[in-house]
Design a protein around this ligand. Structure first.
Ligand code: NMX
Ligand code: MLT
Length: 439
């Protein structure tokens, strides 16, 4: 595999680079930590390292140094499409270089060859009760697949430390290959169990195949999927899904255990589930007014949400201090293709109104929209429902998870390549902190 050879060629130099950095500057301070940060979710504490992506508070994400706009310009396209192949994005995350079309297609072909989901995974999902959440099913399916782990099998047989990354790459390709099939299966099982899901089509790329398995005959939805899967993939290492995956992986649990853990974090309303909450909030607005409201009506509705002690989903961020570029690119997609969709129109109007409402609270550090404010508005346009036949919601978070698995597994490969150690920060007691203050 060209991809594996490329990584094998890069890893020795990276190991040397890190060794040199630690030898020459291991004692150099990166920052200081105050009690507000210790009690405040470690905001801005610099204690992780990744070369795969970086979030600048004012600019947003760069994946391997490229902004979202640059990625959409530079990553290879299939003929007749306008959004790049996700296989090319995965190559970039892993290798750090923009691939040629051939290199992007190699990843896509590896995915095709590895996409068969064992029957027992479907059986596990079918055995789950009617009130099982879609994210629970998704995480459960990933965990069930752990029996397939190449890393754990080889580790049991005495795998050498310097070879951990190769087995982790195998697991990562095997897992990410299967996720679109698993997501489409969960969708059918929970939304439309009487309808037969189409079998995977090996002539299609990862995203178009997902579209096909979802039963959507619209090339524009395949384009949206490519966009969605690219922009949700990675957001540096401190976000909950990436950090949880890294933490669990640091024990040498394989990527199935680790990614499943990351997905459990993504399921929370302050993280990936915010896309579901954001669509629900937009639908509540339409239900209340019967149509897209005026700015004044929307301002009042937003203030009522805050007064009732709830957050406005899709707005605010722990790191960003400007509009999330992942929001902007989705806004542009909707404006280009379906500007008159009422929910999309409303999501655009919210962008005009809500930042000022949040600013007026005087406490929200980032009043701007994040990736989740609008992604559901685009999905619903194509008839993809977040809530299942029993009224349990969460499919949009599953879609986020399919994409986030790309980032967390690419990071896992490099964590093993660079022999990143067991993660184990130190905790203190409140009395210790009080003593520090009075000293
Ligand atoms: N609506 C209402 N209040 C908010 C919002 C919001 N959208 N964002 C922040 N606040 C409040 C926050 O709850 C806190 O209140 P209090 O002091 O009473 O506890 C105060 O403003 C200060 O919070 P910040 O420091 O601005 O934000 P923090 O870093 O703690 O949290 C989020 C970041 C993302 C958790 C927060 O902005 C939020 O809850 N947003 C809504 C949920 C959301 O969109 N999450 C998705 C994030 C992206 N993702 O995919 O993960
Ligand atoms: C993410 O994509 O993980 C979210 O924007 C949350 C974060 O970065 O903290």
């Amino acid at each position: 595999m060209m991809l594996k050879e490329k990584l094998a060629g890069q890893i020795p130099a990276w190991r040397e680079r890190v060794k040199k950095l630690l030898a020459e500057g291991g004692d150099t301070k990166v920052g200081e930590v105050n009690i507000k940060q210790v009690y405040g979710g470690m905001r801005d504490v610099k204690g992780l390292v990744t070369d795969i992506s970086y979030v600048d508070p004012d600019e947003g994400i760069r994946l391997r140094g490229y902004t979202i706009d640059e990625l959409l310009q530079k990553l290879p396209l299939l003929k007749g499409t306008s959004i790049p192949l996700v296989g090319g994005l995965y190559y970039l995350l892993l290798v750090g270089e923009i691939p040629t079309l051939e290199e992007a297609l190699e990843v896509e072909n590896e995915w095709k060859a590895r996409s068969k989901v064992p029957q027992y995974v479907f059986d596990v999902l079918r055995a789950m009760p009617a009130n099982a959440r879609q994210m629970t099913m998704f995480s459960q399916a990933i965990l069930a697949l752990q029996t397939e782990s190449v890393f754990t099998r080889k580790y049991d047989a005495g795998l050498r430390k310097e070879d951990y990354w190769g087995a982790t790459l195998e697991d990562s390709l095997n897992l990410t290959a299967k996720l679109p099939v698993i997501a489409a299966f969960i969708y059918h099982l929970t939304h439309n169990p009487d309808k037969q899901m189409s079998l995977p089509d090996p002539t299609l790329d990862w995203s178009a195949n997902f579209t096909h398995m979802m039963g959507i005959q619209d090339n524009l939805y395949a384009e949206l999927c490519r966009l969605y899967f690219i922009i949700h993939s990675d957001h540096e290492s401190g976000n909950v899904s990436a950090h949880a995956t890294h933490l669990v992986g640091s024990t040498l649990s394989d990527v199935y255990y680790a990614t499943s853990a990351g997905m459990n974090g993504l399921a929370g309303p302050l993280h990936g589930r915010a896309n579901q909450e954001a669509l629900g909030w937009l639908q509540d607005v339409i239900q209340k007014f019967g149509h897209v409201p005026t700015e004044d009506q929307l301002r009042q509705f937003s203030e009522e949400t805050l007064k009732s002690g709830q957050v406005i989903p899709g707005y605010g961020h722990a790191v960003l201090r400007k509009t999330d570029p992942r929001f902007t690119v989705q806004l542009q997609f909707g404006k280009a293709h379906f500007p008159e969709d009422p929910i999309f129109k409303l999501a655009s109007l919210v962008y005009d109104v809500v930042p000022e409402v949040l600013r007026q609270t005087g406490k929200v550090k980032d009043p701007w929209p994040n990736v989740d404010a609008i992604s559901g508005a685009l999905q619903q346009h194509f008839g993809v429902q977040d809530c299942d036949q029993n009224g349990f919601c969460g499919f949009y978070t599953v879609l986020f998870g399919v994409s986030r698995a790309l980032g967390v597994t690419a990071n896992a490969v490099w964590a093993r390549a660079l022999n990143q150690p067991l993660e184990r920060p130190k905790s203190l007691t409140t009395a210790m902190l009080e003593r520090l203050v009075t000293k």
